[in-house]
Ligand binder design. Structure first.
Ligand code: NG1
Ligand code: ZN
Length: 546
């Protein structure tokens, strides 16, 4: 009863704006920030209910990632550190759209669980957006309504830091921000120490210059650099936001990947240097090269190439580890899987298959890729835009630990033991909860040094097929329904046949369309053997979709 009257009084402070229909989408709710207080208040309630239901720590991240600074949004983090379980998404939609306080009360009482003896925690993090503090207050009020749940403000964090903290809290390991930095730097140093001949004094490794998108990631990278000894990694961070630049405006991984031009703050002084770019909440990253002084075009090293680099290294270490010695067989069949979406460049998929890897496609959105990757012993997933990570299964990690112990006692090949140690270090360095730009960059840097590869050598692994992405504004994007990892249109009828007919006109043509999960548009993606052909194919299919 007390709860009910508190709810009635607070709910009236957060009315659902007229005409606003929030939808959970590819990665949570996003909108212009002034529309969002009611959504955050309700997601506070949802986080608390989820914490009660799972009797575990839950996370709420207030961010709109790569979107413009006036937007904001919210992502819910489940106990494992992954995104909110998909079977709760419809409930999130109903809660966010409940028209009245009575509806809200009804929805809550249908879902509420009895509280246990111990209070359950909901960790609330946010990025650097100016609307963050007021949305945080709305979220805390929502959490506070549910008896048995308690809100913990964990301050300004990258999205993957919050995911990591939720996961660590539920594994009852140390879960503070400091512990995150310490785990990353320890495993990074371990990989550097295991480089044959030592990782520190390799010639030809210039500094890495990072574009922080004027968001939270650059700031955190600086903390990591200050606080811990990153053996031989020389790092310069630009666009940290402190210089007055605007979040995601002409900077950041999304801008760099889509526009393929230098972000602001970069230019002719960077020709040939290894550069990386984070997105606004640091869960995505890409690398790039400025090829010439006379143009603002960049050479992009995208998520597909990051995936390829990780796959090569891991496969190599596994084969060293599994090498048969003295006729002794190996007792573990390690299944490696590579997970991409239809946006992966066709050349990358061919390349990975040539390496003998199993490649699967899922629909867009990390929740789909993550789920698939978790089915392997080592699952490597990346979206072309730079969102991804490497997942290690529990049974495989147990086996690896045991193998490592066994190898350290015997008189075997030291490289075999080193391979086990490297794989263990990778599993600690790369975020097991979600794609993480900071941990991803550290892994790229360690692997490049291990291979003694320049960014140019890496970029030359294969050549991207020319591609083109377009957006089409339509009256109703839900009219387009796709199947087969979004590569085929099943509704409206006849559209896929028309796309096929168009695509068949081009050598190496590939094209698909799908409704966006984050914007009110239909996306068109086309690939062909030349840029002109990719452009024309995309344009003609965009006309079909219109
Ligand atoms: P939508 O709007 O559903 O295409 C976009 C990205 C996704 C993912 C989400 C979440 C593309 C083509 N799509 O989804 O990869 O990153 O945003 O941020 O880049
Ligand atoms: Zn992001």
């Amino acid at each position: 009863e007390e709860q009910r009257s508190l709810l009635l009084s607070t709910a009236s402070r957060f009315p659902l704006p007229q005409g606003f229909k929030p939808s959970y989408g590819t990665a949570g709710f996003r909108a212009e920030a002034s529309l969002l207080p009611s959504t955050l208040y309700r997601m506070g309630i949802l986080g608390a209910l989820r914490a009660l239901k799972t009797q575990s720590v839950i996370g709420i991240m207030i961010t709109a990632s790569h979107n413009q600074v006036s937007d904001n949004g919210v992502k819910i983090v489940d106990p494992t550190g992954g995104m909110l379980s998909q079977d709760w998404e419809p409930f999130a939609d109903s809660l966010a759209n409940a028209p009245t306080a009575d509806c809200l009360i009804q929805l809550i009482s249908d879902k509420i669980e009895r509280c246990g003896e111990k209070k359950v925690e909901v960790l609330v993090g946010r990025d650097t957006r100016p609307s963050g503090p007021s949305l945080l207050e709305a979220t805390k009020l929502g959490i506070g309504l549910i008896i048995g749940a308690v809100a913990i403000d964990v301050g300004i964090l990258t999205t993957p830091q919050l995911h990591w903290m939720v996961r660590a809290s539920n594994c009852s390991t140390r879960a503070a921000e400091f512990d995150y930095f310490e785990q990353l730097s320890m495993s990074f140093r371990c990989l550097m120490d295991l480089i044959p001949g030592g990782g520190e004094s390799i010639e030809g490794f210039h500094k890495l210059v990072v574009d922080g998108a004027n968001g939270v990631g650059g700031e955190k990278l600086l903390v990591l650099k200050e606080m811990l000894n990153l053996k031989g990694l020389e790092l310069e961070v630009r666009n940290t936001g402190s210089g007055g630049g605007v979040l995601n405006e002409g900077v950041g991984a999304d801008f760099v990947q889509k526009e393929k031009v230098v972000p602001s703050g970069f230019g002719s002084q960077d020709v040939g240097i290894r550069c990386a770019s984070l997105d606004g909440d640091a869960d995505r990253f890409v690398y790039f090269i400025v090829p010439s002084k006379n143009s603002d075009k960049i050479e992009l090293v995208d998520g597909d190439k990051i995936l390829s680099l990780f796959a090569i290294f891991i496969k190599e270490q596994l084969s060293i580890l599994m090498k048969k010695t003295d006729g002794a067989g190996n007792d573990y069949q390690c299944r490696i899987g590579v997970v991409q979406t239809a946006y992966a460049n066709g050349a990358s998929t061919d390349y990975l298959k040539q390496l003998g890897l199993e490649v699967v496609l899922t629909p867009t959105g990390v929740k789909h890729l993550h789920e698939k990757a978790a089915q392997y012993d080592i699952g490597i997933y990346f979206e072309a835009n730079g969102h991804g990570t490497v997942l290690f299964s529990e049974p495989f990690l147990h086996w690896l630990e045991a193998k490592n112990d066994e190898l350290s006692s015997g008189a075997q090949d030291p490289e075999q033991r080193n391979a086990a140690l490297r794989l263990l270090a990778v599993s600690k360095l790369i975020n097991q909860a979600i794609g993480d730009a900071i941990s991803g960059i550290l892994l790229v840097e360690a692997i490049l040094r291990h291979m003694k590869w320049s960014i140019h050598r890496w970029s030359e692994l294969y050549h991207d097929l020319p591609s083109k992405q377009l957006k089409v504004k339509v009256v109703d994007r839900t009219a387009v329904v796709t199947a087969n990892a979004e590569t085929e249109v099943v509704k409206p009828p006849g559209l896929q046949e028309a796309i096929n007919a168009e695509t068949a006109k081009y050598s190496k043509g590939r094209c698909f369309i799908r409704p966006s999960g984050t914007e009110d548009v239909i996306r068109v993606y086309a690939e062909a053997s030349t840029q002109d052909e990719a452009n024309t194919l995309a344009n003609s299919v965009a006309n079909l979709a219109d």
